[in-house]
Design a protein around this ligand. Structure first.
Ligand code: NAD
Length: 427
């Protein structure tokens, strides 16, 4: 068995060899602790599930402080080249350099590889301490647009020549000066939202929902206020769904039309019929309302597709209700090229670096998402079950220990060993 790269096939499906080369960035701060724990479990689960037929060939690539100390660069070109070449990689948290040219290493990687989906599954594992009464009702996957919106980084500070130039343009070319309350001291930010960008995000989310046979997809937006950016996101989303997925979906846009032409009862009857036929129901909710829906009726939401800033808030709010920062996994994916970076969603927690105390579940579950993405479903399921068993037995790291009764406190590495001991073949 020789190690080979994962490639993208002509058919848009990944070719995953039995011994794929997967680059990893261990990360800064608590990164090395949570990475070595995650790697231990990933390797053990693959060996256990496939009996030596499959094995990951890990290849370290540098980013963050470790890269800076060794090479003088925060994100060496070689790191991006290897990540690009090998398609699928995984990373721990990285320090955000203060000052200098790079705003955020994560943002730079997402932009370089055009990773347009930030994928955040939000699911509760039995026994995980949660601030809500019924955390089991939350089980959703969030597709956050990752390349556009106010995150594009087009911002001009108050009092700069650029801000003055933009103000001049807004005043003289667009005639909107009156809409700016304090023009002379305003800073400005630009919010690009494109048709292509919105469509590729919504397309990926619909395909996912159909593949997983999920009941609904919700477009979350602030189109009531930002009509031409967020409103367009919703409109393009509905149009794409109807145009590209036809009978497989039924949209609230179609329900609105039916209501106008045939009346509300007939429209409701059609919606019921579509649900009974197992069609994917595509609906939309305004972002502020969605944040309360997350708490009030999370059961109504299976897949969410949203813009960059909304997605940032929503992913963390949703994650909080199922146990928060130590356990929420994430991935950044370009489904067209196949490029994907799986990552812990928490930061480097520098105070706890090298203490071997933090929870590795966020990075480990990102690894589980990676196995799923590679089609290694058996190993993924096996880890998820062993993790759930370990938590149910209340053998946990400090973050959960502090919130549980009668729990046993484990170090990061002991928690990983405990998961390995609990590995069982999935039923
Ligand atoms: P943080 O997520 O690093 O830590 C906040 C707190 O959350 C910690 O003090 C700790 O109590 C808790 N926590 C975090 N990870 C945990 C884990 N695995 N288990 C248990 N508890 C955990 O956020 P911060 O302090 O705002 O940021 C620190 C650094 O990390 C900054 O440089 C920031 O830019 C960077 N950061 C990186 C990423 C990333 O690489 N994806 C994400 C967020 C922040």
């Amino acid at each position: 068995m020789t190690a080979q790269k994962i490639t993208m096939g002509q058919n848009g499906q990944l070719n995953v060899p039995d011994q794929p080369i997967i680059p990893f960035i261990e990360g800064d701060g608590i990164g090395p602790d949570v990475w070595s724990a995650s790697k231990l479990v990933l390797d053990a689960a693959v060996a256990f599930t496939y009996g030596g037929k499959r094995k990951i060939e890990w290849k370290e690539i540098l980013a963050g402080e470790k890269a800076f100390n060794k090479t003088g660069e925060w994100l060496p070109a070689e790191t991006l080249d290897i990540a690009r070449d090998c398609l699928v990689s995984i990373k721990g948290p990285l320090t955000t350099p203060v000052g200098g040219g790079i705003r955020s290493l994560n943002v730079a990687m997402r932009q370089e590889l055009d990773l347009y989906v930030c994928l955040r599954p939000v699911k509760w594992y039995k026994g995980v301490p949660s601030p809500v009464v019924h955390p089991e009702n939350t089980n959703m996957v969030i597709f956050r647009e990752n390349t556009e919106d106010i995150y594009a980084g087009i911002e001009f500070a108050s009092g700069t020549p650029e801000a003055a130039k933009l103000l001049d343009f807004l005043t003289n070319e667009l005639g909107v000066r009156k809409k700016i309350r304090f023009p002379e001291t305003s800073a400005f930010g630009i919010k690009p939202v494109s048709k292509e960008g919105s469509e590729r995000l919504v397309r990926a989310a619909i395909k996912y929902a159909l593949e997983q046979k999920l009941p609904s997809l919700t477009l979350v937006h602030k189109g009531n206020i930002m009509k031409y950016t967020e409103g367009a996101f919703k409109m393009w989303g509905y149009e794409l769904a109807e145009r590209e997925f036809g009978e497989q979906v039924y949209t609230w846009g179609q329900w609105e039309n039916a209501k106008k032409t045939q009346g509300e009862d007939a429209a409701n009857a059609r919606l019921k019929k579509a649900e009974a036929q197992g069609r994917l129901i595509i609906k939309d909710v305004i972002a502020d309302n969605f944040l309360q829906q997350l708490l009030i009726s999370p059961k109504d939401y299976a897949v969410v597709a949203t813009l960059n800033l909304n997605g940032d808030y929503i992913s963390d709010a949703a994650a909080a209700s199922v146990g928060g920062i130590g356990i929420a996994p994430g991935a950044n994916i370009n489904y067209i090229t196949g490029h994907a970076v799986f990552e812990a969603t928490h930061g480097t927690a520098p105070r706890f670096a090298n203490t071997n105390t933090m929870n590795p579940s966020s990075l480990l579950l990102s690894g589980v998402m990676m196995l799923e993405y590679m089609g290694w479903h058996e190993a993924a399921a096996c880890i998820e079950e062993a993790l759930a068993t370990t938590i149910m037995r209340k053998r946990v790291t400090i973050d959960f220990y502090n919130l549980m009764h009668d729990a046993t406190l484990l170090k990061t590495s002991e928690f990983a060993e405990e998961i390995v001991k609990s590995l069982k073949m999935p039923a």
